[in-house]
Write a protein that binds this ligand. Structure first.
Ligand SMILES: [Zn+2]
Length: 125
């Protein structure tokens, strides 16, 4: 499943600041993982709910989903003039800082999927 579709089809209320909050609400990225049934698996392997630290197992989950390269693409923020950031962190940024809806974030991710740019190795997940 495309990442943008996995974000969009998540019907649960949207949370902020964590992949999944204590009330069960997921952010855009957590919701995408939930949509494909991999959120528990992903969280179990720890490594951080922020956008900086990933465990090898989490990378593997993203690789299996076919999202790893896409999430490593460096993108500018469509809503402010902050520095370029890999898509994974950008999704979190749009979710938490700009409080974008799942649909808005999915629309943005779709544009990245449609025109992927070169992966920035320094920013790679
Ligand atoms: Zn921004």
């Amino acid at each position: 499943m495309k990442l943008s579709d996995a974000i969009r089809i998540q019907a649960e209320p949207q949370g902020r600041f964590n992949l999944r909050n204590s009330d069960g609400h997921t952010d855009a990225m957590g919701g995408a993982l939930q949509s494909v049934g991999r959120l528990d698996d992903y969280l179990k392997h720890g490594g951080g709910e922020d956008c900086v630290v990933f465990s090898d197992e989490q990378r593997q989950v993203l690789r299996e989903l076919g999202w790893l390269e896409l999430l490593s693409v460096a993108v500018d923020c469509p809503a402010c003039s902050t520095y370029p950031q890999r898509l994974y962190g950008r999704i979190t940024h749009l979710n938490d800082k700009h409080e974008w809806s799942r649909d808005q974030i999915a629309d943005f991710v779709q544009t990245v999927e449609a025109a992927p740019v070169k992966v920035d190795e320094k920013l790679k997940v």
